[in-house]
Ligand binder design. Structure first.
Ligand code: UT7
Length: 324
């Protein structure tokens, strides 16, 4: 019997402090109207001083474990997707491991910026399907507020902080698209697009953490095309059509990109989980935060087919199909 990665838990954490668009008008020359019209964002959560990416991740992971009734000692794997680690090393995942009381297995970070959660999910899914782990936590956690240039209105209004996690357990499947669990993951990157979205600092270059730099229009143009391609690939690989999809849970960068993906799938917006209005772009945390919200309020039901789709710096992009 082939193995499948079943989702058995989910969790999320958002820092307490909320900054509305109006709060940003005292920092940069912007307006609520511009931000809402161009992005759909109305507010974002901001981590408190001393609140680290690992703290956000730990809270989300703890909730996922508690919901599933699983002790941290039973975990074999913890994969943390983040572009804003606590330290250069060790991996943020190992700090989360210690804070959770996970005493065995392996913990490491995956870096694919806004595609990070789909990348981390793919890594964990492959570990589970190959039998190298039975139970895995996949967490996306970010403190992007720490790498924003708060004088650059073109970027600082777009991002927020948060963490989301899913708990996976290997279970049996038939190998068909009717199975529960992760049906497929598809990952892509094209490093030629570095300059469109990057951080202008790093250990081996400037010796500083640096600030996020983005050519918004260029990223937007590629996101619409690449995310659509990743949707088509996921459907074709599983012998499915747009009509089979119950929910689209895309990366939350801009409501206009999300609407464009919904249109491609012919899905009404009621079948799309959109949190960008309240969370802004939380990079690797955006998809698991959206999954947690929709699972928590009863929208996602057992057996429904969910399409995840993301695009980020690198460029990186990818998709995953999950039967809840
Ligand atoms: O997560 C990784 C993926 N990231 C993304 O997917 C982000 C993709 N890009 C976008 O979402 C959009 O390109 C943005 C929201 C970043 C920008 O929207 P846009 O419609 O592409 O606007 P623009 O950058 O072309 O700027 C239009 C105008 C400019 O003024 P001029 O030159 O036309 O006079 C900007 O200076 O809007 C101005 N502008 C602002 N005005 C008020 C840029 N930022 C702001 C701002 N407030 N915050």
């Amino acid at each position: 019997m082939p193995l499948r990665s079943h989702v058995i838990g989910h969790g999320a954490y958002l820092p307490e402090t909320v900054w509305t668009n109006a709060d940003l008008t005292s920092k940069v020359d912007t307006s609520d109207e511009w931000i809402v019209k161009r992005t759909g964002i109305r507010q974002r959560h901001i981590a408190a001083d001393g609140e680290l990416t690992s703290d956000l991740a730990t809270a989300a992971c703890r909730q996922a474990l508690e919901r599933a009734g699983l002790a941290p000692q039973r975990l074999d794997l913890l994969v943390c997707a983040t572009a804003t680690p606590d330290e250069t090393f060790p991996a943020t995942a190992t700090r989360v491991q210690a804070q959770l009381g996970m005493t065995g297995g392996a913990a490491f970070d995956v870096q694919a910026v806004c595609s990070g959660f789909v990348y981390a999910l793919a890594v964990a899914d492959n570990f589970l399907r190959l039998g190298q782990a039975q139970t895995a936590l996949v967490v996306g956690a970010e403190t992007f507020s720490r790498i924003l240039d708060w004088t650059d209105r073109g970027t600082c209004v777009l991002f927020g902080d948060g963490a989301g996690a899913v708990l996976l357990r290997a279970g049996e499947g038939s190998g068909r698209n009717t199975d529960r669990g992760v049906l497929s993951t598809h990952l892509y990157s094209d490093g030629r697009h570095h300059d469109a979205l990057y951080v202008d600092g790093g250990v081996s270059s400037t010796g500083t953490a640096g600030h996020l730099r983005m050519e918004g229009k260029e990223v937007f143009r590629h996101a619409v095309v690449r995310m659509a391609e990743a949707i088509d690939t996921a459907l074709a690989a599983n012998d499915l059509t747009p009509g089979d999809i119950d929910w689209l849970v895309p990366h939350q960068a801009n409501i206009r990109i999300i609407e464009s993906m919904a249109k491609r799938l012919n899905l009404p917006m009621e079948r799309v989980v959109a949190t960008v209005e309240r969370h802004a772009n939380t990079s690797a945390a955006s998809i698991p935060l959206a999954l947690d919200e929709a699972a928590g309020d009863g929208r996602l039901k057992r057996g429904e087919l969910i399409l995840l789709d993301a695009m980020g710096g690198g460029f990186t992009w990818g998709s995953a199909l999950v039967r809840w």
